[in-house]
Design a protein around this ligand. Sequence first.
Ligand SMILES: NC(=O)c1ccc[n+]([C@@H]2O[C@H](COP(=O)([O-])OP(=O)(O)OC[C@H]3O[C@@H](n4cnc5c(N)ncnc54)[C@H](OP(=O)(O)O)[C@@H]3O)[C@@H](O)[C@H]2O)c1
Length: 281
Amino acid sequence: MSADTASLPPIAILGAGSMGGAIARGLSRSGLAAAGVTTTNRSIAKAAELAGLDGVTSVALEQNPAGNTDAAAAADVVLVGVKPAMVPDLLREIGPVLRPGTIVVSLAAGVTIATFEAILGEDVAVLRSMPNTPALVGRGVTGIAAGTHADADATAVVRRLFETVGTVVEVPEAQIDPLSTISGSGPAYFYLVVEEFTKAAIGKGFSSADARLMAEQTFIGAAALLEASGEDPAELRRRVTSPKGTTERAVAVLQDAHLDDTFARATDAALARAKELAAGA
Ligand SMILES: NC(=O)c1ccc[n+]([C@@H]2O[C@H](COP(=O)([O-])OP(=O)(O)OC[C@H]3O[C@@H](n4cnc5c(N)ncnc54)[C@H](OP(=O)(O)O)[C@@H]3O)[C@@H](O)[C@H]2O)c1
C-alpha cells in the first residue's frame, strides 16, 4: 500500500456543517477513512444530513451531550469545524480528554494556532487549515499550516486527509490569510465573472437560460482544457487570440481595465478585512 492510499487513523469532526460536512463526505467517498469518522453537530436535523454516509457515525449533541468528548477521546485526528467564536469553548471542553499525540486541526477562519496551543497545551499537534467550498465536489484547495508541536508525520496525515477533497498547499501560518484571499475567496471571484459574462450575453439578445449556459459552460470547459492540457494559461489564451482578430480586440479592452491592479486591490482588501477580523472588529 503506498503512502497516498494508506488508511487514515480514526477522525472526529466536531462541528460538521457546510465545511466539516464537505470533508466528512470526501472522506467517506475516498474509502480511506477505514478507521472511521465521527461527526458532531448540535441539532438532530444537522446530524441527520450526514447519517448514512459510509464509514461515518453522525452524532447529535441534542441526543448525546457527551458527543464531543466521546468523539475527541477516541480519535487520532480531531477537526474543529465550529464557528470561530465558538472555538475556545469547544477546545476547553475537549482538551482534558485528548490523548497525547492527538492531531487537532482547525477549520476556523481567523483563529490562530497560538490560541489552540494555549488552551490545549504541548501534548497535542495543532495544524490550521483554510479549505474552500469546491471541497463539496472533491475539488477544493486547502491551505495547511503546522503548529509548534506538529511534526512532518502529523502534517502528512493532515495533507492526506484534505487530499480526499482536493488539492493541498502547505504554507507557514503567516500565509494562511493571504492564501485565503486567493483560494478561500476565489470561488466568489469566479462566480462574479460568470454573472457578469452572462449579463453581457443577455445584453446581446440571448435568453437568460442560453446566456447562462454559454457563460458557465465556456468557463468550465476552459478550466477543463487548462487542466487536461497542462499548458500555461497565457499560452492557451494566445491560441484563442489570432492576430488582428476579434478576441484580440476584447482582450485589449479587458487589459485596459487594469485587471492586474484590480485583482491586487481586491485581494489586498480581503487581507485587510482578515486583519480586522483577527483584531475583533
Ligand atoms: N464555509 C466556508 O466556505 C468555510 C471556508 C473555510 C473555513 N470555514 C470555517 O469552517 C467553520 C465552520 O463554518 P461553516 O460554514 O461550515 O459553518 P456551519 O455550516 O454553521 O457549521 C458549523 C456546525 O457546527 C455545529 N456546532 C455548533 N456548535 C457545536 C458544538 N458545540 N459542538 C459540535 N458542533 C457544533 C453546528 O451545528 P448546529 O447547526 O446543529 O448548531 C453546525 O452544523 C468556521 O470556523 C469557518 O471559519 C468555512
